[in-house]
Write a protein that binds this ligand. Structure first.
Ligand SMILES: Cc1cc2nc3c(=O)[nH]c(=O)nc-3n(C[C@H](O)[C@H](O)[C@H](O)COP(=O)(O)O)c2cc1C
Length: 155
């Protein structure tokens, strides 16, 4: 029986970021984990309801011009006040693909999620610099850790 819904809200504009999303999904759907349903929504398709239905969230974005993608920012702009006071302590994790840096995006997401009083349950994963195949395994591990945490009830 499914008890938990894990939602990945991720902007994936490039082949590499699409592979990262796939890897997160694969990790979260590891056959050793049961009772967790996983879905990927693009930020422009997601709203407050998607969060209110979820037991945990993974936020994924590229860093563009020192900040999160406009698509993820738009998701927060549309949903922030519907989520405020309704999602306290929601477990979340962050995944950032940054060609150079990533810190501006991490800070911005932490600021918004801090305002919502969400609870970061993993260190932010910043896949930074030139493409590295290790990013795929790191994404898989992130997905698996989130699903396993929900299954175990430790979040
Ligand atoms: C308009 C634009 C602005 C960008 N700004 C940043 C930035 O401020 N910091 C950064 O680390 N990477 C930046 N990048 C690089 C993107 O983060 C990177 O291209 C994206 O994550 C996709 O990675 P990929 O080439 O591996 O698919 C920028 C890319 C574009 C197209």
């Amino acid at each position: 029986m499914t008890d938990h819904l894990l939602t990945l809200i991720a902007h994936d504009p490039s082949p590499n970021t699409q592979r990262m999303v796939t890897a997160v999904m694969e990790g979260a759907q590891n056959s050793a984990i049961s009772g967790v349903t996983v879905r990927h929504l693009r930020p422009l398709e997601a709203g407050a309801d998607a969060v209110l239905e979820s037991s945990a969230i993974i936020l994924g974005t590229t860093e563009n011009l020192g900040y999160m993608s406009g698509a993820l920012k738009d998701f927060f702009d549309r949903s922030y006040y519907s989520l405020l006071d309704e999602t306290d302590a929601l477990p979340y994790a962050t995944l950032i693909r940054a060609g150079k840096d990533g810190t501006g995006t991490r800070r911005a997401i932490e600021s918004i999620c801090g305002g919502l009083r969400w609870r970061a349950v993993q260190s932010p994963l910043i896949c930074q610099g030139d493409w590295d195949e290790q990013f795929i395994e790191q994404c898989r591990e992130l997905g698996m850790a989130m699903a396993a945490g929900l299954e175990a009830g430790i979040f």
